[in-house]
Ligand binder design. Structure first.
Ligand code: ADP
Ligand code: ADP
Ligand code: ZN
Length: 215
């Protein structure tokens, strides 16, 4: 089983993914998380990716697709995977289609989380992330019990380098130009399911569970 989460930065993909994988026993694959880890470790991938990420641009397709191909081949993906943040371009989507026969998998559903632009800016600039476990918080909408401390593991919370207003605006433009065409791409394949992401976290999760029930 393969589920894809599609939507602009800040739509709540990571937040919802956390719940989906817990409820449905899927392996979580976030290209953003993999790339941030590579940057932190200063690996050769990280060194190549960093300048693009800092500027809010996409990392070149050829770097990203290889990561995903290798990850999907790991045995734990046999029971199903949830892709967050991939594919992000039509080229990546075509690549994924071509890789699927290799791993004997198929895309079951593409979940599009739609959110209004003002709200996206608010969510991204207020986002805080745990430096140890990666859990997501928000200064207003999802604040931790103790300020700047992760509820789940006690780690420190930080603001991502690319969650500043200028970079957020750039990322939203990049989404419109390079990722939005995927909506039509998956509509044509009859795989697209849209949920209203403007609602509260629990409500969005309920909508997603209703869609996943159809599987
Ligand atoms: P994405 O992975 O799509 O970039 P995140 O899941 O990281 O988005 O969410 C972005 C920010 O918005 C986080 O700070 C998160 O806590 C907050 N958030 C997520 N979903 C909602 C929601 N439905 N309502 C309000 N805030 C939300
Ligand atoms: P968000 O959902 O908050 O925009 P992600 O964590 O998914 O953030 O991605 C952060 C950054 O990592 C992106 O702005 C981009 O530079 C890079 N990135 C992540 N996934 C991809 C991808 N599939 N293709 C190209 N670049 C990617
Ligand atoms: Zn944590």
């Amino acid at each position: 089983m393969l589920i894809i989460l599609l939507g602009p930065p800040g739509a709540g993909k990571g937040t919802q993914a956390d719940r989906i994988v817990k409820n449905h026993g899927l392996v979580y694959i976030s290209t953003g998380d993999i790339l941030r880890k590579a940057v932190k470790e200063e690996s050769s991938l990280g060194r190549k990716a960093q300048e693009f990420m800092d500027q809010g641009q996409l990392v070149p397709d050829n770097l990203v697709v290889e990561i995903v191909r290798e990850r999907l081949k790991e045995p734990d993906c046999l029971n199903g995977a949830l892709l967050d943040g991939f594919p992000r371009t039509v080229e990546q989507a075509v690549f994924l289609e071509n890789v699927l026969p290799e791993i004997e998998a198929a895309i079951d559903q593409v979940l599009l989380i739609e959110v209004e632009e003002n709200e996206l800016v608010e969510r991204l600039t207020g986002r805080r992330v745990c430096c140890d476990c990666g859990a997501n918080y928000h200064v207003k909408y999802k604040s931790p019990k103790v300020r700047n401390v992760c509820d789940q593991c006690g780690g420190d919370l930080y603001q991502r380098d690319d969650d500043t207003l200028t970079t957020v605006k750039e990322r939203l433009e990049v989404y419109k130009k390079q990722t939005e065409p995927l909506i039509e791409f998956y509509q044509e394949r009859d795989l697209l399911y849209t949920v209203d992401g403007n609602k509260e976290i629990d409500e969005v999760n309920e909508q997603i569970n209703n869609v996943l029930k159809e599987l």
